[in-house]
Design a protein around this ligand. Structure first.
Ligand code: EPZ
Length: 426
């Protein structure tokens, strides 16, 4: 699997309709939430991606059982989850593994885990998780080999203010607090749509969470009593996948454009605004957006921000779009400190990019990109390389496709249906 590559012959125009899958970053949290329940739970609209498989293996390693339940649905039975130690190898590959620790701690009073892995996009510390658990009465020990052991006889509600706004930090502490004794207030919480989605799911299963989607979240804990899972829970559409397709449409779909269906345009306002500034005129329906390549693409400056700002996960694909735009575009990454690893490869493809400082690149366009052999460093940069290769003259080979499969379900097949010349080869 690790040896697969995408072979892409660029220059083909895209058109047609592409449906957005369920959100990866909602699915991973919903899977972790299964540990808060006394009964099995069915999760629907799950994307078939590598990260979901890894999360399944992680839960399996704890003793939970996971079954397929037809197209895009799984059932997780947490009743056998008696282990307290996350499997090292899997946890190291998945940043979201730390999200499992909160429910695991709440369920059994103990959790051991290695420093979580995931994308190489910065330092990605976990201090807010550790601080939050400590505030709830847990003790944390460093274990040999760089791992942690968190223990709590009893978790108590706490008034906790995040030093930095953290998406997974907010979700994890919200889940931990759901079973704690008393009331927790989380301040300076993240606002990403996956957070109110998770809160709705937990509330439909008996949790008492208010304010998710605002900076202050209040949770009345159950004092250790497990929740009773609602019948089924459906993942919200993946806003990053939708945004990636919007960018592809603005770059590669003249004529009738691309129709991105099954999305939630309300979650895409920052990307839509940037595309409008670039000259695209997206048409927006209730759950779809159509976008086409404008006659003239204009350079736009973007600054990544916490939701509802421009998502860091779309920064790399947007930079690729800007290689085709007229003028200079400043791409300012404010969330992660190491998210321009892809820029050198784009330069090798012919992009005119220079580094202003550690957080800013300047893309000068328009430039002709040429096909190259490139390796995908992380999943969002991987998707950006797919976009660049589709735009480029000639043939590109993108290796380390596993990174792209971590977050995008069968992207090659789905892009082929839109007219892309992309093959998965050994
Ligand atoms: C989530 O990561 C997403 N991952 C990321 O998506 C996304 O890029 C990111 O949010 C920002 O939107 C998941 O949901 C699984 P953060 P997360 O904690 O939660 C600092 C993708 O491609 N920080 O909100 O790990 C941190 O270094 C992935 O799908 C601390 O300082 O991001 C960063 O600068 C990649 N201490 C900032 O906060 C901490 O304890 C925001 O990170 C935690 C974070």
């Amino acid at each position: 699997m690790l040896l697969m590559k995408f072979l892409i012959r660029g220059g083909k125009k895209l058109s047609g309709e592409i449906a957005v899958k369920g959100a990866k970053n909602a699915a991973l949290k919903a899977m972790a939430a299964a540990l808060l329940f006394e009964n099995p739970v069915v999760l629907e609209n799950m994307p078939l991606i590598e990260d979901v498989s890894r999360a399944g293996e992680l839960l399996g390693g704890l003793g939970a059982s996971i079954k397929k339940r037809g197209e895009g649905a799984i059932e997780i039975d947490p009743r056998g989850a008696v282990q307290s130690e996350l499997e090292q190898e899997i946890a190291k590959r998945l940043r979201a593994s730390v999200v499992v620790v909160g429910p695991l701690l709440a369920r059994g009073g103990k959790a051991s885990f290695p420093y979580p892995g995931g994308c190489v996009i910065g330092r990605r510390p976990i201090d807010v998780f550790l601080d939050g658990w400590r505030a709830m009465g847990a003790t944390i020990k460093m274990e040999k080999g760089n791992g942690f052991c968190v223990e709590a006889g009893k978790l108590r509600g706490a008034d906790y203010t995040f030093r930095v706004v953290s998406v997974t930090g907010t979700e994890t502490l919200m889940m931990t607090a759901a079973l704690a004794e008393g009331r927790t207030v989380l301040r300076n919480a993240a606002l990403e749509p996956e957070i109110p989605a998770l809160a709705r799911f937990l509330n439909s299963s008996g949790a008492r969470i208010r304010g998710a989607g605002t900076p202050t979240i209040e949770i009345e804990g159950t004092a250790g009593k497990l929740l009773r899972a609602a019948e089924a829970f459906r993942m919200i559409p993946d806003r990053i996948e939708a945004g990636s397709f919007l960018i592809l449409g603005a770059a590669l779909a003249p004529g009738d454009g691309l129709r991105i269906s099954g999305c939630n345009p309300e979650h895409l306002t920052a990307v839509l605004a940037a595309l409008r500034d670039a000259g695209a005129r997206p048409e927006i329906g209730k759950d779809w957006v159509t976008v086409r390549r404008p006659e003239k693409l204009r350079a736009v400056n973007i600054q990544t921000r916490e939701y509802p700002g421009f998502p860091t996960d779309l920064q790399a694909p947007f930079a690729v779009l800007m290689t085709q735009a007229e003028g200079e575009s400043i791409i300012f990454e404010t969330i992660f400190e190491n998210r321009f690893g892809y820029a050198e490869d784009l330069k090798r493809m012919g992009a005119n990019i220079f580094f202003a400082d550690q957080h800013r690149i300047v893309v000068k366009g328009p430039t002709v990109l040429r096909g190259r052999e490139i390796e995908s460093p992380d999943l969002r940069a991987g998707l950006a390389f797919v976009a660049a290769a589709l735009l480029a003259e000639g043939e590109s080979k993108i290796s380390n496709v596993y990174q792209i499969d971590r977050g995008y379900e069968k992207i090659d097949e789905r892009l082929r249906k839109l007219g892309a010349d992309i093959e998965r080869v050994r």
